[in-house]
Design a protein. Structure first.
Length: 309
């Protein structure tokens, strides 16, 4: 089987050797009604809304005060996904690389979260917006005054799963941004790939691309393993229910459960994902498909396999 190992972007020596992007900064989901969505996300994970502006609100972890998710009024699906540049130099290096590859780029911080010094946007081959943000120096993590409660769960951004009829094309495009393959499944009867797990750091994946009509299957948020089980108890108390799970994924070796918001957007909540190392070379999958999805066995419902935005 061929291996994919996209080289990192050539950057000045002042840029960390681990590549230009440090990981997912935040993700914005489109919803038809903010007044319905905000209380749902508060009840599900205890997320704390920031100031509402321009039909958009960002949601913070109650434990750290860090923004992890955003809600944008109008439609459903993915608004945009934002990745954090490691340094100012790496932000400039990404912009230079995109320009050298003829990829249209727009700049501006007026459409992203507070605290961004610079931001750029491009369009992925799937039609989704991808942002790179240069952040200001972060304040020390601290509970959100007036919103923190004992037992609150620390929520962090994790990953995103896209669907595309051209997994290879999306993989190559993301390679320009420094993404590397962690695991893949080749197409059985033609060149290309059925699925790719891609990363920008030493964690197993931050973007997964799976064959299917263009769309976003789920947005994933991460909690500690102990908090994962507390989250399940919260689902029982609030009677929000789940679409699928709990399961243990083979890729990333993490606990996982999937829920749908009132409008159908799918949120995955996971425990901490395994570390593979930044220089890890992607390999073909070598387990049965059911085992990759859930090492405990029960498969997903039809809605999980056939529905996405």
């Amino acid at each position: 089987m061929p291996r994919i190992d996209h080289p990192i972007i050539d950057t000045p020596e002042s840029v960390a050797w681990k590549g230009p992007l440090s990981g997912t900064d935040h993700t914005v989901i489109r919803v038809p009604e903010l007044d319905v969505a905000i209380p749902w996300y508060q009840a599900m994970l205890g997320l704390v809304p920031t100031e509402r502006r321009n039909d958009k609100v960002y949601l913070m972890s109650p434990v750290t005060g860090r923004i992890v998710l955003g809600l944008s009024e109008g439609g459903i699906g993915l608004g945009y996904v934002s990745f954090r540049a490691r340094t100012a130099e790496s932000f400039e290096a990404v912009a230079t690389k995109l320009d050298a590859n003829g990829i249209d780029t727009t700049f501006g911080v007026d459409t992203t979260r507070e605290g961004a010094r610079s931001a750029l946007r491009i369009e992925l081959p799937t039609g989704h917006a991808f942002e790179v943000v240069e952040h200001e120096t972060d304040a020390p993590p601290a509970p959100v005054e007036g919103s923190y409660r004992p037992g609150a769960i620390d929520v962090r951004p994790s990953h995103l799963q896209l669907r595309s009829t051209d997994v290879t094309g999306v993989t190559d495009f993301l390679g320009v941004l420094g993404f590397r393959s962690s695991l893949f499944v080749p197409l059985p009867d033609s060149p290309g790939y059925f699925i790719q797990f891609l990363r920008v750091n030493d964690i197993h994946h931050q973007v997964t691309v799976l064959t299917g009509r263009e769309g976003v299957h789920h947005v994933a948020l991460e909690v500690d393993e102990a908090d994962f089980w507390r989250f399940l108890d919260n689902l029982a108390l609030t009677k929000l229910g789940a679409e699928y799970g709990p399961v243990r994924h083979h890729e990333g070796n993490m606990l996982s459960i999937y829920v749908r918001d009132p409008f159908g957007n799918r949120i995955e909540v996971t425990s901490t994902m395994e570390t593979v190392g930044f220089d890890y070379v992607g390999l073909p999958a070598d387990q049965a498909p059911w085992y990759h999805l859930n090492m405990w066995g029960p498969g997903p419902p039809e809605s999980w396999e056939r529905e996405w935005m």
